[in-house]
Write a protein that binds this ligand. Structure first.
Ligand code: HEM
Length: 487
């Protein structure tokens, strides 16, 4: 056979073969060096751990990274290597040393992963995408009651018409409108009109998936949709947020009734300290609020109602507590946080769901600083990325008890609740923890208490479980219910 093939063809085939072999050898040696030529080689994890992001992205794509990570931690312990240079860690030392770090003394940075939150591109560095801890800023105020009053009217229509009510749709409307009130002194009009303006629901879901995956391929994002030139074309999944904010900012300029909303606070900060916030940073902060608020709040509200409806014994107990308070005239038309504080079972349910189904079931990465650090008695060199997934951390039986896979609000009324509370990290922790946790908590408390008191909800199919996928925040759908006004 060889005799039939001319020698120059054989020579050319040989040289191609050599290049193919060289390429394969280079790839294999890179894989081997990533796996073994590193100080974290002894840390167990999934088979694909020595590839950058392959395992993490495949789990994100499947939609349940948190469940796989929990399984691996239960198998391998506090540390699980999930990427070539990333260790998922669930040791309390990690929370103390990484999340609660004193940034004045110890200036480490977050993973580059956060850069993707500069939406739509890197002109707009916001609080979430800022990787240098000292530049994180603070804000405040809220007006939830107006939107909540409208919201109850919308539910009334479902109650009167006997039509199924879909939490995922209406909580999205609610979350967008409250955010509009709080940030721009004006709701976007979702709840009032009952219209999915600008297809916000689908856009929010596709943006969540895009951000979750592109967090791992920021170089690709930079070249494509994150490129400031291309982003001007407005074709990325975040465009609707960008457009929504621009429209809200122009409408706000014409609004004589603006309150001291978040926008005003940023403008004041800028007037007082011109160097502290550039104009595009104000816009970026508004965009960040939409991104950080809407998904987390939808998820948090939906999970509260879903679990209470799935566990009717707890729903009944909560209703009884609210009914008693109502009979004693301790509650106003929209239940206020100070009224809700006096209702222990309501507080227990709210806390249980923060813990059991936290809205951000994803790894929060931090880079080990110069000099390395010791966590759980083991030394890690500079440059290793540590990530703490609040979901995994909360499902640790050593911290929260053997029944930590069960939904059980009573755990917050019995036993050593103070110690358990000190382990909660659903808002993150330390300098980078959610700056709007009060706002979020107030919204969740008011809406849970007011709606459970005023309406009777029942899942249309009590046997059917809801669905959700985890794309940084978790995205739930599919728990329609029947509703009837009860108060
Ligand atoms: C139940 C609702 C919410 C939950 C569970 C939640 C959770 C979190 C978590 C875990 C982080 C920290 C991420 C990290 O360490 O990297 C965070 C950060 C953040 N959240 Fe929230 N959040 C909620 C609602 C909100 C709301 C309503 C807003 C705005 C109106 C908001 C704005 C932000 C911002 C701007 C950051 C970035 C903070 C920084 O990097 O300094 N969040 N949130």
């Amino acid at each position: 056979m060889a005799l039939l093939v001319p020698p120059e063809v054989i020579a050319s085939l040989n040289s191609r073969l050599i290049w193919v072999l060289v390429f394969i050898a280079a790839v294999v040696s890179r894989i081997i060096s990533r796996r073994y030529w590193t100080l974290i080689r002894d840390i167990s994890g999934p088979f694909w751990r020595s590839f950058p992001s392959l395992w993490v992205v495949s789990q994100l794509w499947k939609g349940h990274l948190e469940a796989e990570q929990t399984r691996l931690h239960r198998k391998h312990g506090y540390c699980v290597r999930i990427r070539d240079n990333e260790v998922s860690v669930s040791h309390p030392d990690a929370v103390r040393q990484l999340l609660h770090a004193n940034i004045a003394k110890f200036n480490y940075i977050q993973g580059t992963w956060y850069a993707i939150f500069s939406l739509p591109d890197y002109h707009y560095v916001n609080q979430m995408s800022e990787m240098v801890p000292r530049r994180h800023i603070e804000e405040a105020p809220y007006d939830v009651d107006t939107v909540l009053a409208l919201f109850t009217k919308a539910i009334d229509k479902y109650s009167q018409a006997g039509k199924p009510f879909e939490f995922s749709t209406w909580f999205t409307f609610f979350a967008f409108d409250v955010l509009g009130e709080v940030t721009f002194s004006n709701s976007f009009g979702f709840v009032g009109t009952g219209i999915n303006i600008g297809n916000a629901i689908a856009n929010t879901r596709s943006l969540a998936l895009y951000v979750a995956v592109m967090d791992h391929y920021t170089w690709f994002h930079n070249l494509t949709l994150g490129n400031p030139l291309l982003s001007r074309l407005g074709i990325q999944p975040s465009s609707h947020i960008f457009g929504t904010c621009l429209a809200a900012i122009s409408a706000r300029k014409e609004n004589p009734e603006v309150r001291k909303d978040m926008m005003q606070q940023w403008l004041d900060t800028r007037a007082k300290y011109p160097g502290r916030m550039a104009e595009n940073e104000i816009f970026a902060a508004a965009v960040a609020n939409v991104g950080a608020d809407v998904d987390t709040v939808i998820a948090a509200l939906q999970s509260r109602f879903y679990y209470l409806l799935r566990y009717p014994q707890y729903l009944q107990q909560l209703r009884a507590e609210l009914d008693t308070a109502q009979a004693q005239e301790e509650l106003t038309q929209i239940v206020q946080d100070n009224e809700a504080q006096k209702l222990p079972f309501l507080q227990a349910c709210i806390k249980e769901i923060y813990w059991f189904q936290n809205s951000v079931p994803s790894p929060l990465p931090r880079v080990v600083p110069k000099g390395g650090m010791t966590i759980g008695g083991r030394y890690f060199p500079e440059g290793v990325i540590f990530s703490i997934n609040p979901w995994v951390y909360h499902r640790n039986p050593a911290l929260f008890g053997g029944d930590c896979d069960q939904f059980n609000p009573d755990r917050w009324l019995l036993g050593d609740t103070k110690t358990m509370e000190s382990f909660l990290i659903h808002w993150g922790a330390g300098y980078n923890q959610c700056p709007e946790l009060n706002l979020a908590h107030f919204k969740i408390t008011k809406i849970t208490a007011t709606l459970i008191r005023d309406f009777e909800f029942k899942l249309t199919d009590p046997k059917k479980e809801w669905e959700w996928t985890n794309h940084f925040t978790f995205v739930p759908w599919g728990s329609p219910c029947n509703v009837r006004r009860s108060f």
